[in-house]
Design a binder for this molecule. Structure first.
Ligand SMILES: [Zn+2]
Length: 131
């Protein structure tokens, strides 16, 4: 029988290199926080795409995901850093977001659709819960 964490890993489409550590609801804040960890050993250099060893993991980062039911959902993770012989230590680009984005690719795609459907950016921002 699968656990809640493995269900979330499947919903998130995570590879074997990532595991969901926790899914915590913050009911008063109407927010869900999903924490996931990188458990893979090899990574790819974001500059040249070459297979590299794992240097370490960077600071904790957050990404806004599509909502879970009516709850704002955030993904929290420390990204692995590659150690490339040519480019040195580099933070990898996660499979769920752009290089410096604070939003997942799915959230960004949804936000574009909301922007196209709304008459104003202010109305779209209100629907998305963004400033
Ligand atoms: Zn490289």
């Amino acid at each position: 029988m699968e656990t809640l964490l493995s269900h979330y890993a499947r919903f998130l489409g995570l590879s074997d290199s990532w595991v969901v550590e926790s899914v915590d609801p913050y009911i008063e804040e109407r927010r869900v926080e999903i924490r996931q960890s990188h458990v893979g050993s090899g990574v790819f250099c974001p500059e040249c795409g070459g297979a590299c060893g794992l240097a370490d993991h960077g600071d904790e980062r957050r990404w806004r995901r599509l909502d879970t039911m009516q709850f704002t959902t955030e993904l929290v993770a420390r990204l692995p850093r590659s150690r490339c012989a040519e480019h040195g230590v580099k933070t990898i680009v996660p499979p769920w977001a752009g290089k410096h984005s604070r939003f997942t690719l799915f959230f960004e795609a949804f936000a574009v659709e909301v922007l196209q459907a709304c008459r104003t950016v202010k109305a779209a921002a209100a629907l998305l819960g963004l400033s």
